[in-house]
Design a protein around this ligand. Structure first.
Ligand code: ADP
Length: 475
């Protein structure tokens, strides 16, 4: 494809050159000759008319003698570089600047016919076979008493006109060659601005097609081709990034699956081969159970994330009371709160607060946030769930006074599988997927979630939801 595009352009360029040459060679010489002949004929005709009026008519009225007229016309013929003849309508030669006057010798031009000009006043021919080559002959009638007495004919050699014509045609050819060479600039522009960038783009697409998504190339232009190249570069870098993410994701998943499986296998083998005595089995079976719970949690989280992504997050939005959902979720954590003597305080703005969202997914958000808050809270502490309303938005905050999040981790906690070093001791079952699920759900609702946290003091997660149009009173 690459070669043919360039060849096509070069071919088109030369075809253009050939056609331009053929056109010039066909039309320019004939048009130039015609124009030159017409101009020359016009000039000679004015002279012939003058001669007819001033000298020749006198001949027929016997006002002037033949010798006198001949002397005048001889001088004029030299000046005009032509032959001047006065011819009677019958063809009899009255006067000829080429031959001396000889009254006895009557010369008649065979087949003389002044209408040969066919409506014009000049002809280009061999002048009734008087010449071997073509000559330009101009006819001006000599009139007296409204009768044509004869004709002044000025005959001019075509050689001079042909020479001028050839000169002009040569100038046309030279101009054509210069124009052809100059239009080669278009070819250079095409090569530099279209062909070379296209080659780069084609090579880059070949690289991408063969899987080398990290290939980078540059097209230094700000036109459509530059834009296309920039888009292609961006597309490749995005694909490369998502490929890298995918690899990282698979590596993380494999790692998170392998460690509980290894410990389960270790304990089970130890039980089977007797390393763990039967009276200790219950303790280790509980550990194994914990690990299977962790695996179940991990699998569920992965499935949730996968569903969120593949379905482009289809939300089943309804109007529901967020306060009721908060109370319900808080109640499910009663057991784990009691274990750590943690109390959950709900500071809710009003009895009911209707939001328009996917209830099931918002439950999951609250569940994940509360789960984290409890996990990372110290014993005997309070977790506050607060709601507020502003500009048709409902803000939900989950605040704890636990270990907090180091400043450098704040941006990373939303990434899949991210667990801060600080949290590892506190939370052995964590998958690092909870917050990425939360963020995906909130973003799918077109809303935002933020975190405010100080290491050692606690964290607050605040997210927004659209308030429903339903009036509280209506319910
Ligand atoms: P996990 O399922 O392991 O809790 P998350 O995605 O929910 O994963 O959280 C990612 C990390 O963010 C946690 O490992 C922890 O380091 C940090 N984190 C989340 N919530 C809190 C919190 N309330 N207090 C302190 N750290 C938190």
């Amino acid at each position: 494809m690459r070669k043919t595009l360039y060849l096509k352009f070069v071919l088109a360029y030369f075809i253009f050159g050939v056609f331009a040459f053929i056109t010039v060679a066909t039309f320019v010489p004939s048009m130039t000759r015609e124009q030159l002949v017409r101009e020359k004929a016009e000039n000679l005709y004015s002279e012939a008319e003058l001669i007819a009026e001033n000298y020749a008519s006198g001949l027929y009225t016997s006002e002037t003698s033949l010798e006198e007229v001949k002397t005048q016309l001889d001088a004029l013929a030299i000046y005009l570089d032509s032959v001047i003849r006065i011819i009677n309508p019958s063809g009899r030669l009255v006067l000829d600047t080429e031959t001396p006057i000889n009254v006895e010798d009557v010369v008649v031009i065979e087949n003389f016919d002044p209408t040969v000009t066919r409506g014009s006043y000049y002809t280009v021919d061999r002048f009734f076979d008087n010449y071997d080559t073509n000559v330009l002959s101009v006819f001006a009638p000599i009139a007296s008493n409204f009768k044509v007495k004869g004709y002044v004919v000025i005959i001019c050699d075509m050689a001079e006109i042909e020479a001028s014509c050839n000169n002009l045609v040569n100038i046309s050819y030279i101009t054509l060659v210069i124009l052809f060479l100059l239009s080669g600039i278009i070819l250079i522009f095409f090569t530099e601005m279209v062909y070379m960038p296209l080659r780069k783009i084609t090579y880059a697409t070949e690289q991408y097609a063969s899987g080398n998504m990290h290939y980078e190339f540059q097209v230094e232009s700000e036109d459509e081709i530059g834009y296309l190249a920039a888009c292609l570069n961006y597309m490749a870098s995005e694909i490369a990034r998502s490929e890298d993410d995918q690899k990282k994701f698979v590596a993380n998943v494999s790692h998170d699956f392998r460690s509980p499986l290894t410990s389960i296998r270790g304990y089970l083998e130890a039980m089977l081969d007797g390393t763990i005595p039967p009276e200790m089995r219950e303790k280790y079976l509980n550990i194994v159970l914990n690990e299977t719970e962790r695996l179940t949690k991990l699998t569920n989280s992965l499935l949730t994330l996968n569903n969120l992504n593949t379905r482009g997050m289809l939300l089943d939005k309804t109007d529901f009371d967020i306060h009721q959902v908060i109370r319900r979720i808080a109640a499910t954590f009663e057991g784990s709160c009691r274990q750590k003597s943690i109390s959950i305080e709900a500071i809710l703005c009003g009895d009911k607060m209707y939001v328009h969202a996917d209830m099931e997914k918002i439950q999951q958000v609250l569940y994940n946030l509360l789960d984290n808050a409890i996990k990372f809270s110290h014993h005997n502490s309070v977790i506050k769930i607060e709601t507020s309303e502003k500009k048709n938005k409902v803000f939900v905050s989950v605040k704890d006074t636990g270990i907090g999040i180091p400043k450098e981790d704040l941006k990373l906690i939303w990434d899949r599988f991210y667990k801060s070093d600080l949290s590892r001791g506190k939370d052995k079952k964590g998958t690092g997927l909870g917050l990425s699920i939360v963020k995906e759900i909130i973003n799918a609702h077109g809303e935002h979630i933020n975190v405010i946290s100080t290491e050692g003091e606690g964290s607050e997660f605040i997210f927004s939801l659209p308030q429903s149009d339903i009036d509280e009173e209506e319910d």
